[in-house]
Design a protein around this ligand. Structure first.
Ligand SMILES: [Zn+2]
Ligand SMILES: [Zn+2]
Length: 142
């Protein structure tokens, strides 16, 4: 579904449809860079100079609560946002903080974890940490 489709669906649930919200969601659906709220703000500001960081955060929280985007939090670093709400794996650069998608099927361990922990497993999150090709250039990490 595109941004307009998602926002029309949310409008039926009483969420206000604004051009700023459309711009935020369109950016998240089109980018693979997993931007921070700040990066989204600077991108949207180019077309909507009046947009505030508060509007960005409100919209991101609203989209997250409705399950249309993912928030990836990293302790003391800024959260990053993902326009793909399906569970998938990420590779994170420990140097520059870049986050890229890892395209592979999900690991099927829920049953095993359930048996070992006694928990009902609702999902899992997995991330790989390393140094990206750009950061490796000119430096030795091996
Ligand atoms: Zn890097
Ligand atoms: Zn992703």
């Amino acid at each position: 579904m595109d941004a307009i489709g998602i926002l029309k669906q949310l409008k039926n649930k009483g969420v206000r449809f604004t051009p700023q919200r459309q711009a935020i969601l369109e950016f998240l659906l089109q980018t693979v860079s997993h931007p921070t709220a700040d990066e989204i703000y600077h991108h949207v500001k180019a077309n909507f100079p009046g947009v505030s960081l508060g509007t960005i955060y409100n919209t991101l929280n609203m989209l997250k609560e409705h399950g249309h985007i993912l928030e990836l939090s990293y302790g003391d670093m800024s959260s990053r946002f993902d326009g793909n709400p399906q569970n998938h794996y990420h590779v994170v650069c420990s140097k520059c903080g870049k986050v890229v998608d890892l395209h592979r099927p999900l690991i099927d361990m829920d049953q095993e974890v359930m048996e070992k922990s006694g928990f009902i497993i609702l999902g899992h999150r997995m991330e790989f940490y390393g140094i990206c090709p750009e950061c490796r250039q000119g430096e030795q990490f091996n």
